[in-house]
Ligand binder design. Structure first.
Ligand SMILES: Cc1cc2nc3c(=O)[nH]c(=O)nc-3n(C[C@H](O)[C@H](O)[C@H](O)COP(=O)(O)O)c2cc1C
Length: 205
């Protein structure tokens, strides 16, 4: 593993729980692959453009000018260079923050990162591991410890679906749930995510 792409998208910067835990994932990967370089893409600091009319026209007409794909090409090439991807994301209203959706709309692109075939969409990127760190105020994998029913989760199934669409099928989710429910809940979330990380990327021997 030579190149790791680290994508963060919380508006809270380094204070974000997702970004803080992602540092553990990056440390673990770098321990195992000491020569690895990390490319950082902070989507909150530099939001990708929204899809506009020129982008739609270029998607619909392959012969049209490719100028509309400037940002898209940059973000896709960044992804192609990576041997592993770490995505740190908060849950915002049951799903990904708008800036992460904007990134998805730039990188999930017909005739570039997936092909439309009679058998359905087929990804064209080579597979590589993707580590998704999700921080949420409440609980979505099951009820809260107090028994409050789980929230709807439109984040993890959605990210799995779009990443699989472009060929990235080796996906590991590290969830930190209940992180706004006080220090004990945050500590429990951190411990649980750390245990998951130990299983997914065991410490270097
Ligand atoms: C606009 C907004 C929407 C949110 N929506 C949810 C939500 O639907 N479910 C939830 O559990 N937490 C929600 N939260 C709480 C965040 O998920 C929580 O603060 C988490 O720590 C954010 O991750 P971060 O610290 O990495 O930014 C929301 C927070 C904000 C600011």
């Amino acid at each position: 593993m030579k190149d790791i792409l680290y994508i963060s998208c919380s508006p809270k910067g380094a204070e974000a729980i997702s970004s803080r835990f992602a540092q553990q994932v990056l440390h673990r990967l770098c321990d195992r692959h000491p020569a690895a370089r990390i490319a950082r893409r902070d989507l909150a600091l530099t939001p990708p453009p929204f899809v506009d009319a020129a982008f739609c026209a270029a998607i619909m007409n392959p012969a049209a000018s490719a100028a509309a794909f400037g940002a898209s090409d940059v973000l896709i090439e960044e992804l192609e260079r990576a041997d592993a991807v770490v995505i740190a994301t908060p849950t915002h209203n049951y799903t990904v923050p708008a800036v992460l959706k904007a990134w998805i709309d730039q990188v999930v692109r017909i005739r570039r990162t997936f092909a439309s075939t009679p058998a359905g969409k087929v990804g064209t990127l080579k597979d590589r591991p993707v580590f998704i760190v999700v921080a949420s105020g409440g609980w979505f994998t099951g009820p809260s410890p107090a028994g409050t029913p789980a929230q709807p989760d439109f984040l993890t199934p959605y990210l799995r679906a779009v990443l699989t669409t472009i060929g990235l099928t080796t996906i590991h989710v590290l969830a930190l749930e209940g992180v706004t429910r006080g220090p004990d809940a945050l500590a429990a979330a951190w411990t649980s995510a750390t245990q998951s990380l130990e299983q997914i990327v065991p410490p270097a021997a």
